[in-house]
Design a protein around this ligand. Structure first.
Ligand code: GDP
Length: 348
């Protein structure tokens, strides 16, 4: 009987395929051994970050003050000098020294408590809400518009980026207006933050009118039902004539879309600025009517005295505090947490 060559070919092909399959299964490299999943590495929590961030201020000023008071058995010239280096205005230095003189202080714990009580008495009246995240809940029907102002380098753009990320993480719909039309790099930086966070952004063209961009941003937020609208602004030196006028115009223009816009105007202050920060803050407040302060870079060599002075003078609360460059390094401000970390008391 003659066998059809097609059949022979077919049988041979099947045999070769089977052989190849067997070979690959035999030669398959062994599966790597399953490694146990490493336990997630927990970074420091906020209390620890705040404590670490404020450690310079704690050691440089408040620690030295405590040492001096202990050594000299009460307030003295050395203590007075140390307080001036903390950027506290003269009136507050005098008040604190007499508070220290009038208190019988027997231990370091008592000294810390006296100091903490004094600082809290200056900050608490302007922060009646305790620790409330100012952006945790949306108020009203339309978008809540927050205008962010401050001098160049204070940390505005980074703050807007961090806030956008936080708001997105809580599930809010966020629109960011990049109105710093003088710095293309700032707009690019903001775009990166927004892309990462999933926030929408209105991107100004170089040299565009900042108030026009702000108008476009809040109108879009209203039309498209955004929950929050963060408006980043330019920040050439506050002494440069024109900046305050330009910011005031930007604010007015937003109100044309809705008279309640912007509901918030927050000044971002580099905490290291020292006494000059008070003058800066006064100018911004006069022109724009600030509703909140954001202190950034408290992890640097900031002494905290100027924060107390500004809150007292302006009677405006600190809304957020920053102690580093990551998103988690910006948190809602709490008087108790801040003062305890500053003087080195355990958090209550
Ligand atoms: P802007 O000019 O006001 O917009 O300032 P930027 O947002 O560009 O910030 C200036 C620099 O400060 C950037 O390098 C930021 O990463 C940095 N920065 C902002 N906030 C903090 C903070 O809380 N701590 C530290 N160490 N750096 C910060």
């Amino acid at each position: 009987m003659e066998i059809d060559p097609i059949w022979i070919g077919l049988v041979l092909a099947i045999a070769v395929a089977g052989l190849a399959l067997w070979w690959t299964s035999v030669k398959k490299p062994p599966l790597p051994e399953a490694k146990p999943t490493p336990a997630p590495v927990e970074g420091p929590n906020w209390t620890q970050r705040l404590g670490l961030g404020l450690s310079r201020a704690r050691q440089d000023v408040w620690g030295k003050l405590l040492a001096s008071l202990g050594k000299n058995d009460g307030a003295n010239e050395e203590a007075e000098e140390i307080l001036y280096t903390a950027d506290l205005p003269p009136a507050l230095v005098g008040e604190l020294l007499s508070a220290l003189q009038n208190t019988t202080v027997r231990s370091e714990a008592e000294l810390k408590n006296t100091l903490a009580t004094f600082l809290k008495s200056k900050l608490a009246p302007h922060h009646p809400a305790g620790k409330l995240d100012p952006l945790a809940t949306k108020q009203g029907a339309g978008p809540r518009v927050i205008m962010i102002v401050g001098v160049n380098g204070a940390g505005k753009t980074t703050t807007v980026g961090k806030l956008a990320a936080k708001l997105r993480a809580q599930g809010s719909k966020v629109l960011v207006g990049a109105c710093d039309t003088f710095r293309a790099a700032a707009v690019d930086q903001l775009q990166v933050w927004c892309d990462r966070a999933g926030a929408d952004m209105v991107r100004a063209k170089d040299g565009a009118d900042p108030s026009g961009v702000a108008f476009e941003t809040v109108a879009l937020a209203q039309r498209e039902g955004h929950d929050f609208c963060l408006v980043d602004t330019a920040g050439r030196l506050h002494t440069a004539s024109g900046l305050m006028d330009e910011l005031a115009k930007t604010k007015r223009v937003m109100a044309k879309v809705d008279p309640s816009f912007p509901q918030e105007v927050w000044l971002v202050i580099d905490a290291i600025t020292g006494q000059n920060a008070l003058k800066q803050a006064q100018e911004f407040h006069k022109s724009l009517g600030l509703t909140g302060l954001v202190f950034t870079k408290c992890d640097g060599s900031a002494k905290a005295g100027s924060a107390v002075a500004i809150v007292q003078q302006l009677q405006v609360p600190i809304t957020y505090i920053g102690v580093g460059e990551s998103v988690d390094d910006l948190q809602p401000f709490s008087v108790d947490e801040y003062v305890s970390a500053l003087v080195g008391l355990p958090q209550s």
